[in-house]
Ligand binder design. Structure first.
Ligand SMILES: Cc1cc2nc3c(=O)[nH]c(=O)nc-3n(C[C@H](O)[C@H](O)[C@H](O)COP(=O)(O)O)c2cc1C
Length: 435
């Protein structure tokens, strides 16, 4: 198998017990949550397995339904976590999430370039436009998705201009002549756009290894167009294989329309894994992770994702196309709503099946449950069907599940030629083979 046929693999820096009641297990180690050591140990395991990158999602609000019985309510700033991890790792990429809806581009360009320096060229930026949180940044309501994406496009352009405003070549450090920097090479950007006015230049030079790879997450029509223009990778919600094939083909086509190579954009679904020695055990872990989701909570989630209220129907009642709400009605996330809508249209499921869907009980991610062999087969099936270029592992289950991932599943992928056994480069750009 050639290099290009190998998977690109990232790990979401999360505990296995983040969701549901898994944190209550005596061996969960939940007490370590407040310490960087937990993340550091995970980071080191991931680097030992030669993973391409570490990843962390981020939200700027506390969802009230997450408080009380769940540990999954928020987190420290991921860019700060990665700054600490940068010091104790050498090769693995560090992909932080920063919203373009709530932050100023100058501060973000500086934060990211700082992480790039601290990690010697390993930073990545997951660009999100966010679904909620406006109330923490003023009195205005959440802007529409279109406005958020228009802002994200300008934001990204400003960030890139700022990185270019102070190129690494501007640092001369010539002791003989006394010239530290070449002022001709450091230039203002004088950006004046619909959302931002930024003079520049940035306060620090760009890292000489090259610019920071971009990830993107929203997959509505507007989200896909934005990704096709700027993203090197997509963090995809891909509950089933078909949705993956559709998304990947579409993104590759859109990238070509933008004059880019279709291979320039990697589709990396979240893979929420539950691994155990037996299938029964693994399914038990999955059940435990969703035990807090009562029937009412599932109905409330369905209503919030799709605007569909099925409370008056019995669990075995089929959900048919005519029951779906108007497709143009505003939703929290078009990506999640469209995935569920497509599933209902294609499968005519029962109410019970809809209420068990990843779009309803989670973040619409692909869930793989079973033994190492089962999850391995799932991964190979999606890769061979060209539904993905790799994945971002989202730890689920127990600490044993994580152990099986690193000690059994990853070595199996290497043995089958689906993943490399050594790093070929040092920076994230090199891992991604960005020229
Ligand atoms: C898989 C996935 C992961 C996301 N992760 C985050 C995140 O970590 N933080 C955030 O603020 N928004 C996140 N979002 C929200 C998106 O950035 C975007 O605002 C939302 O999906 C609406 O865009 P859409 O209309 O293209 O779906 C995520 C969306 C998806 C689909």
């Amino acid at each position: 198998m050639t290099e290009d046929k190998q998977l690109c693999i990232g790990l979401s820096l999360n505990a296995t017990w983040m969701k549901g009641e898994g944190w209550r297990r005596p061996d969960s180690g939940v007490e370590k949550m407040g310490s960087i050591d937990y993340y550091m140990d995970l980071a080191k395991m991931a680097e030992k397995a030669k993973l391409d990158f570490l990843f962390r999602a981020d939200y700027l609000y506390v969802h009230p339904t997450m408080l009380g019985d769940s540990a999954n309510f928020g987190s420290p700033d991921p860019t700060m976590i990665f700054a600490a991890i940068a010091r104790e790792t050498e090769r693995i990429g560090l992909v932080t999430t920063i919203s373009t809806t709530f932050n100023p581009p100058y501060a973000v360009a500086r934060q990211l370039q700082s992480l790039h320096w601290l990690s010697n060229g390993r930073a990545g930026w997951n660009i999100v436009t966010s679904i909620e949180g406006a109330e923490n940044f003023g009195d205005s309501p959440m802007p529409s998705p279109q406005e958020r994406y228009a802002k994200a496009a300008e934001f990204t352009e400003v960030v890139k201009k700022l990185w270019d405003s102070f190129p690494s070549e501007a640092i001369v450090m010539d002791r003989e002549t006394g010239m530290f920097s070449d002022r001709e090479k450091v230039t203002a950007i004088d950006h004046s756009g619909e959302f931002f006015s930024v003079k520049g230049p940035l306060t620090l030079p760009a890292h000489p290894s090259g610019s920071i790879p971009f990830f993107q997450a929203g997959a509505s029509d507007t989200g896909r167009s934005f990704a096709a223009k700027v993203a090197d990778a997509i963090f995809a919600a891909m509950p089933d294989l078909e949705s993956g094939v559709e998304l990947r083909n579409d993104l590759r086509r859109r990238a070509e329309e933008q004059g880019r190579s279709p291979d320039a954009i990697k589709v990396l679904p979240g893979l929420y894994f539950f691994l155990a020695d037996t299938r029964e055990e693994a399914h038990g872990l999955h059940k435990e992770a969703h035990a807090h989701l009562s029937l009412e909570r599932r109905h409330a989630s369905l209503q919030s994702v799709l605007g569909l209220d099925l409370r008056s129907f019995t669990l075995d009642h089929p959900v048919t196309v005519d029951m779906l709400p108007d497709p143009n009605q505003p939703v929290r996330s078009r990506t999640h709503a469209d995935l569920l809508r497509r599933y209902i249209i294609n499968h005519q499921p029962t109410v019970e099946e809809v209420l068990a869907r990843p779009e309803v009980v989670g973040s619409a991610h692909w869930v793989s449950i079973g033994t190492v062999e089962d999850v391995l087969n799932d991964i190979m099936e999606r890769f061979e069907a060209r539904a993905m270029d790799g994945f971002i592992a989202l730890p689920g289950g127990s600490e044993k599940s994580m152990e099986l991932f690193f000690e059994k599943l990853m070595p199996q992928l290497v043995e089958r030629g689906l993943f490399r056994s050594e790093y070929a480069g040092v920076t994230l750009r090199e891992h991604f083979r960005i020229g």
